[in-house]
Design a protein around this ligand. Structure first.
Ligand code: GDP
Length: 435
């Protein structure tokens, strides 16, 4: 998702970013292009208009026209406005030490049951005692599906019976909690194909009875702006507290996710990024903005690395980061799954990779081969790798000198980025940088 919007914005900003001075006409033309790109990505009309108006206003306020570094300033203004539009600071559902009850609502097929299982997985891994309640009595097999997910994750599932009243459900839940203490209960409610009054009532009644601490609406990114209409209607009936946008891994244009915060007034808590149980990520506006603009997602990369407990990476000092470390990290990264995603998180990588290019096992094996063909000295001190050595390494690894050049450049970029991050985190190393 966001690929097409991302590459358009990157093109526009690449051009403008190279200009040290800009005329008013240039700024205006750039803003028009940005607006077009947003609209083509299915961003809500009002949101696109506002976006451009705000960036233009700030550009005027900062008097970028005619000043040095005008292009760079515009790039930064667009980035910051993207972060704002996506919701500014990351928001997460409220989580008390006990008594948390989350209500999952959404249209049938949006990914509600899947997301319920994913949340159980995520919060169990954070040490929560999760109970799932299968209350989707509408979609055939939804309760069985949740039961399977519960088994997979290792959390119990309480199944609501056909014809059960909300009062009975509440009583059975309380009974269960008496003998089996749980601090987070997640209720998968009845989905519907479209907004339907009778079912909405049923949902509102169960909600009134159970008094959830959060009501999470699951919407499908692939349905575009329609997802936001659905959100508004649900909000009127059941007071939504936050959104989960699923199928962000699909080829939706991204406009719905970009417009969601402004149109619905609700924060995006999570993004569904695959069908797998681990395919749910907290939504960090700054990271998403960075990814859209091809600035890489270093934080995301680090977080995944930390999840995999890569102590070596955490303790890495930027100054010492050499090719040996890069090789070790890449080997570990290979175990972290979706390689294309991970590689795109490396700063500069998404732009360096040609359109439609996906990093696969073979690619990483080549990098591994290249580094393996270097001497220990070369790995520790890449500066000594001159033209002659590059030729030798290329021949030894069955690659080309250009491949070696690319690798060395990528390593330099990573090293720079790590230095910058460590400065930002006050020299505490990677560990101090958790968001
Ligand atoms: P429900 O009717 O809302 O409970 O929908 P389901 O949870 O059964 O999901 C409908 C379909 O969407 C299933 O095939 C899921 O595997 C798929 N799905 C859900 N979330 C995601 C996601 O984030 N990415 C992808 N690719 N598929 C998803």
């Amino acid at each position: 998702m966001f690929e097409s919007l991302g590459s358009k914005l990157q093109d526009i900003l690449d051009r403008v970013g190279r200009e040290s001075k800009l005329t008013e006409a240039q700024v205006k033309a750039t803003m028009r292009e940005i607006r077009m790109a947003l609209l083509e990505a299915d961003v809500n009309f009002g949101v696109a208009k506002d976006f451009v108006a705000k960036v233009s206003e700030k550009a005027v306020g900062q008097e970028v026209m005619g000043s040095l570094n005008a292009g760079q300033t515009i790039v930064k203004l667009v980035h910051d406005e993207l972060v704002e539009t996506l919701g500014g600071k990351a928001a997460q559902p409220e989580l008390k030490t006990q008594g948390n009850l989350w209500f999952m609502v959404g249209l049938q097929g949006a990914g509600k049951t899947t997301s319920t299982g994913k949340l159980a997985h995520l919060y169990k891994s954070k040490g929560r005692r999760v109970l799932l309640v299968a209350a989707d009595t509408q979609r055939p097999a939804a309760r069985d599906q949740l039961e399977v997910l519960g088994k997979q994750v290792g959390v119990p599932v309480l199944k609501v019976q056909d014809g059960e009243t909300p009062q009975e459900t509440k009583r059975r839940l309380e009974e269960h909690l008496k003998t089996d203490y749980r601090d987070l209960v997640i209720v998968d409610t009845a989905g519907r194909l479209q907004i339907d009054e009778a079912l909405m009532d049923q949902l509102a009644n169960l909600q009134a009875e159970l008094q959830p601490t959060e009501t999470l609406l699951v919407v499908d990114a692939m349905t575009g702006q329609e997802a936001l209409n659905v959100a508004q209607t649900f909000d009127q009936r059941v007071n939504v507290s936050g959104l989960i946008i699923t199928k962000m891994d699909g080829d939706a244009r991204g406009g719905a996710a970009l417009s969601a915060r402004t149109v619905t007034g609700k924060p995006i808590y999570f993004a569904g990024v695959s069908e797998k149980i681990a395919g749910l990520e907290p939504f960090y506006p700054d990271r998403v903005a960075g990814r859209i603009l091809g600035m890489g997602d270093v934080m995301g990369l680090i977080e995944r690395a930390q999840q995999a407990d890569l102590k070596a990476m955490e303790q890495q000092k930027a100054g010492d980061f050499d090719l040996e470390d890069l090789m070790n990290q890449l080997r570990q990264i290979r175990r972290l799954g979706p390689l294309g995603d991970l590689m795109k998180m490396i700063p500069g990588m998404s732009r360096a990779l040609p359109e439609g290019f996906s990093v696969d096992e073979a690619q990483l094996q080549r990098i591994d081969a290249m580094i393996s063909s270097m001497t220990f000295k070369e790995r520790r001190n890449p500066k000594i790798i001159d033209g002659r050595r590059r030729k030798r390494i290329a021949a030894g690894s069955g690659t080309s000198v250009q491949d070696i050049n690319k690798l060395l450049k990528m390593h330099e970029q990573m090293k720079e980025m790590m230095k910058m991050l460590q400065k930002m985190s006050g020299g505490k190393g990677m560990k101090g940088m958790k968001p």
